[in-house]
Design a protein around this ligand. Structure first.
Ligand SMILES: NC(=O)C1=CN([C@@H]2O[C@H](COP(=O)(O)OP(=O)(O)OC[C@H]3O[C@@H](n4cnc5c(N)ncnc54)[C@H](O)[C@@H]3O)[C@@H](O)[C@H]2O)C=CC1
Ligand SMILES: CC(=O)[C@H](N)C(=O)O
Length: 374
């Protein structure tokens, strides 16, 4: 079988190489003044741990069991120590995640519970990953509004009250059909047409407002579509670019829900997680903005399939367009201008399309061969 023959080739290669698996605040920090964004009771604590008091930040990741959180926890634990990074979600963690470091239940809609976690664990950095993504959000607007907007308000208030450094990811989805699409700069018209996009523009603006108004150390990157091998996407428009690898390896066939010419910005997960750590560690005076585009590559489904066919010539791709996802993709950036991130804090991606494809095939090919061997 050609698919298996190519898989074996890919797996052999993989066994030989290692798979990749400006503004200063106008006010003093909120914890030092008597006014806070939320009318907290007088017993509320503003005693956050300052960075000089600890060797490492104490990090909480919300929504940590999705496509990105487990990988980010692994990276941050390597850097700051296993027990200094707490993953949280409302879902039950799989065994390997539960045994790899601290995990805690946290519903971002439960403000008191969130505050208790931050206080009891002396959290200093908060990475806020909980969200409903673009396609899932359109299927459940009320829940998306609640998680992505009400949840964010809880996060912002807790971060401001406890002097946390707060990272919130935004997305290419924060732009819309009236934005310049090729390329899309950091600052331009943002009129997205999805609840996901609207909630992310809201997050960008609220975070920046809290930064200027209360001195909140808010940091935000607009991620492209993220491609990963060991975690599945949670219901977005760019999901096809992950699924194609799984289907190609399993069956040699893939049915794509976007048109072959739909060009979108994309990034391999290792680049995305490294960018997140880099912007979190960047000295404040290097950040001329608080929300940055980051990018690595742009491609269409057809171009991705062509790159895959270099390794799997028999791959068959058919198209069965999902009108909801297609309308979203047609309104999103085709290419992303991340020159400010590159200039300010030295952002540089490692993976272009050929490396991405090779790395994904290596990883998934080895996994499949190992599963067959067991
Ligand atoms: N994966 C991607 O391609 C991109 C992701 N992003 C952003 O990065 C962040 C992480 O993305 P993914 O890991 O892909 O998302 P995901 O959809 O895979 O995971 C989101 C997680 O949030 C959790 N969650 C939902 N409601 C919650 C609640 N009430 N309380 C606590 N947790 C809750 C879910 O259980 C899920 O584990 C999101 O904010 C997303 O908007 C931005 C651009 C691209
Ligand atoms: C690009 C994103 O924000 C996400 N992957 C989605 O497609 O919704």
């Amino acid at each position: 079988m050609p698919v298996l023959r190519n898989l074996t080739k890919v797996a052999k290669q993989a066994l030989l190489s290692t798979p990749g698996c400006g503004c200063q605040p106008l006010t003093v920090a909120v914890r030092t003044i008597s006014f806070s964004p939320r009318q907290v009771t007088s017993d509320a604590s503003f005693h956050s741990v300052s960075f000089s008091e600890t060797d490492h930040p104490k990090v909480l990741i919300t929504g940590g069991l999705g496509q990105l959180g487990v990988g980010l926890a692994k990276l941050l634990r390597k850097r700051f120590g296993k027990n200094n990074v707490i993953l949280s979600d409302i879902r039950k963690p799989p065994n390997n995640v539960f045994h790899s470091g601290p995990f805690i239940y946290s519903d971002i809609l439960d403000y008191k519970n969130l505050r208790e976690i931050v206080v009891n664990n002396r959290i200093t950095w908060l990475v806020h990953y909980s969200a409903l993504l673009s396609a899932v959000g359109e299927a459940n607007v009320a829940l998306a509004r609640s998680v992505n907007i009400t949840g964010l308000h809880n996060i912002l208030d807790i971060a401001a009250e406890h002097g946390l450094r707060l990272f919130v990811p935004s997305t290419i989805g924060a732009f819309g059909p009236s934005s310049p699409r090729n390329p899309t700069p950091d600052l331009c018209v943002q009129r997205p047409r999805t609840i996901y996009g609207v909630s992310k523009v809201h997050a960008e603006l609220m975070g920046e407002y809290y930064h200027h108004r209360y001195g909140l150390d808010f940091r935000c990157l607009r991620y492209p579509g993220i491609i990963s091998a060991d975690s599945m996407p949670g219901g977005g428009t760019t999901d096809y670019a992950v699924q194609i690898f799984h289907d190609a390896i399993k069956t040699g066939k893939f049915e794509c829900n976007l048109r072959p010419d739909s060009q979108l910005p994309m990034m391999y997960i290792d680049d995305c997680l490294r960018a997140t750590l880099e912007v979190l560690e960047a000295p404040a005076d290097t950040l001329s903005m608080r929300t940055y585009n980051i990018n690595a590559m742009s491609f269409t489904p057809e171009e991705l399939a062509q790159e895959l066919r270099k390794q799997m010539p028999e791959l068959e791709v058919t198209y069965n367009i999902d009108p909801v996802r297609q309308a979203i993709a047609d309104s999103w950036p085709m290419d992303f201008d991340d020159s400010n991130a590159r200039k300010d804090w030295g952002w540089k991606h490692d993976y272009d399309l050929p490396e991405l494809v090779q790395t994904m095939l290596n990883y998934l090919g080895v996994e499949r061969c190992m599963a067959h061997a067991n």
